[in-house]
Design a protein around this ligand. Structure first.
Ligand SMILES: Cc1cc2nc3c(=O)[nH]c(=O)nc-3n(C[C@H](O)[C@H](O)[C@H](O)COP(=O)(O)O)c2cc1C
Length: 179
């Protein structure tokens, strides 16, 4: 496939999010693709809401994006040693749509965090949750960007060459899964 569709899912909704910067870098490293960003700004999962109104349109739109995507990259920040409520909530909603939309979808998780571990614990949790979704997790050296507030230049590019290389290798592997 020469022009795959790459879906980016950020666990942070912040405009200036480092994880969104990292996802942008990941998309660049992935190479030619239709790049789309999923909107994870969803209502909180509530069984009563689901019963009364069904799965919200925004969730259905997200699921449609997942189904259309050839590959997915998740940017997982770390909040209190876990994934963000935003990401967990999105994964919970997605699981309410029959058929496990992420099933067998080539997927990579990357993380940027303020702390020294680069969000390693959260990334591990994200991988665990995605296993429940049966996503096809592409293995490789973890992309963990520590001290995120100093890790990107003014254009939002990763400063550290080793991190750039790791991300490039991982995206190459992801692309190889869809071509
Ligand atoms: C509620 C909260 C909890 C956080 N917990 C952690 C943490 O456990 N580990 C860590 O490295 N950074 C933690 N941080 C700092 C985040 O890494 C930092 O805010 C980062 O910029 C979030 O990602 P973003 O830039 O993509 O929004 C926390 C931030 C918030 C707001």
């Amino acid at each position: 496939m020469t022009h795959p569709t790459l879906l980016l899912l950020s666990g942070s909704l912040r405009k200036g999010s480092y994880n969104r910067m990292l996802l942008a870098q990941a998309a660049e490293a992935f190479g030619p693709a239709d790049v789309i960003e999923g909107d994870l700004d969803l209502p909180l999962y509530n069984g009563d809401l689901e019963e009364a109104e069904g799965v919200p349109e925004k969730v259905q739109a997200l699921v449609a994006q997942i189904k259309d995507a050839d590959a997915v990259v998740v940017g997982s920040p770390e909040y209190n040693k876990g994934i963000t409520g935003v990401l967990k909530n999105a994964l919970d909603w997605i699981s309410r749509v029959p058929g496990w939309p992420l099933k067998d979808k080539p997927t990579v998780v990357v993380s940027a965090s303020a702390g020294r571990t680069g969000g390693e614990t959260a990334q591990f949790m994200a991988l665990s949750c995605l296993t429940q979704h049966q996503a096809r997790l592409i293995p490789g050296t973890a992309v963990l960007i520590a001290g995120a507030m100093n890790a990107f230049d003014e254009d939002g590019k990763l400063k550290d060459e080793t991190s750039q290389k790791l991300l490039a290798e991982r995206m190459e592997k992801l692309r190889a899964e869809v071509i």
